[in-house]
Design a protein around this ligand. Structure first.
Ligand SMILES: C[S@@+](CC[C@H](N)C(=O)[O-])C[C@H]1O[C@@H](n2cnc3c(N)ncnc32)[C@H](O)[C@@H]1O
Length: 342
């Protein structure tokens, strides 16, 4: 028996779109019909205002599909197929392709194959530029499936609504967020600068007994999604501020507010905000500063923290430098963990 939702024929299109859009459609089975109703196989029970009821029925299995490479065997050379394997990310129901110049004429074909090959992917986009400007957002172009930029991602036990074009979010940082959460002790007050759609805030709130988590994000769209995500995960101890860290943190400092842990996920320029971080750090505060550094030069990230401490007449102790993903050939995203000694 297969778990299904039963929808009246007149609502079928809307229900199908919702199921695809939220990764709820179980693509292992074909949909069925029963009187004036359509039966859609689903991956689990969920709450929604859709006009459907849950039922269990026998449904025909969907035909087995070959892998992406097999699907493209006739269309691409072996070399082209090899260059494909690591060139797309899946963010919820959206696949994001990074297409080599040479493969551009075949991008629609590749997108259709990705759609057919990945049960939960309903949209295929391609990167149309790098992360740009202060907000680190990235332009996307539509290739196949449902034309949307919004999706829901499940990460570290939280559900996150993400707009892949409107706010920075990387699935590749999920393990790093879990690492940070694993360090948080009960009762801590945590500041997440540059909080985006609040993935760090939500993961920390969900996985720890932190007293309070404050996120600060400049991008209005990111902040709004952060508020949605806090609600989606029923989190009570997250406060999100839509402002520039340069303006918001001095206001917190003025009120005498300090934090036990400060997360600074803005590689490249995060170290420019260390003066602000120090202004709300007390003896014992642990700071996580992200940076991009070349292979063999990770120490440079710690040197930036040391220089800022000196400038602010503070003393720090570096606890570790942790690589957390590759940015470009030979350049890595690293996190300097350090403690305020004075
Ligand atoms: C690399 S993203 C990280 C987002 C999120 N923390 C995550 O891990 O997905 C950096 C974020 O910092 C925000 N940002 C950049 N400068 C800022 C500033 N001065 N004040 C507040 N937020 C800022 C950008 O809008 C962007 O969302």
């Amino acid at each position: 028996m297969v778990l299904c939702v039963k929808a009246a024929m007149k609502d079928a299109q809307r229900v199908k779109q919702h199921l695809y859009g939220h990764g709820l459609f179980d693509r292992g089975y074909r949909h069925g019909k029963e009187g004036g109703f359509v039966l859609f196989p689903v991956t689990g029970r969920f709450r929604s205002s859709l006009p459907v009821t849950f039922v269990e029925r026998e449904l025909e299995e969907a035909p087995a599909k070959g892998g992406l490479k097999e699907r493209l065997a006739d269309a691409l050379t072996e070399e082209e197929r090899d260059s494909l394997t690591s060139s797309f990310d899946i963010v919820g129901s959206i696949a994001i392709l990074e297409i080599d110049e040479a493969l551009l004429p075949k991008e629609r074909l590749i997108a259709a194959a990705i759609l057919a090959d990945n049960r939960n992917v309903t949209t295929v986009l391609k990167k149309a530029g790098g992360h740009a400007g202060e907000l680190r957002v990235q332009k996307m172009a539509f290739l196949a499936g449902i034309d949307t930029r919004e999706t829901v991602v499940v990460e570290n036990g939280v559900r996150l609504r993400i707009d892949v074009e409107g706010v920075y979010y990387s699935v590749r940082s999920a393990t790093e967020r879990k690492r940070i959460a694993s360090l948080v002790r009960p009762g801590e007050r945590v500041l997440v600068m540059f909080s985006g759609a609040a993935p760090y805030c939500c993961v920390i709130a969900k996985r720890t007994e932190a007293a309070e988590i404050v996120g600060i994000e400049l991008n209005e769209k990111g902040h709004e999604l952060g508020l949605v995500n806090v609600k989606l995960n029923k989190l009570k101890n997250v406060v999100l501020i839509n402002d520039d860290v340069r303006d918001a943190v001095p206001m917190l400092a003025e009120k005498g507010i300090a934090f036990d842990r400060i997360v600074m996920p803005l590689p490249h320029t995060g170290h420019d905000f260390l003066d602000e971080a120090f202004s709300v750090a007390h003896r014992g505060t642990v700071i996580h500063l992200y940076d991009f550094e070349r292979e063999g030069e990770f120490e440079k990230a710690a040197e930036k923290a040391e220089a800022a401490a000196k400038r602010n007449n503070r003393t720090i102790r570096v606890l570790g430098i942790v690589p957390s993903g590759q940015h470009s050939p030979r350049v890595f995203r690293v996190c300097v963990d350090f403690e305020m000694l004075a």
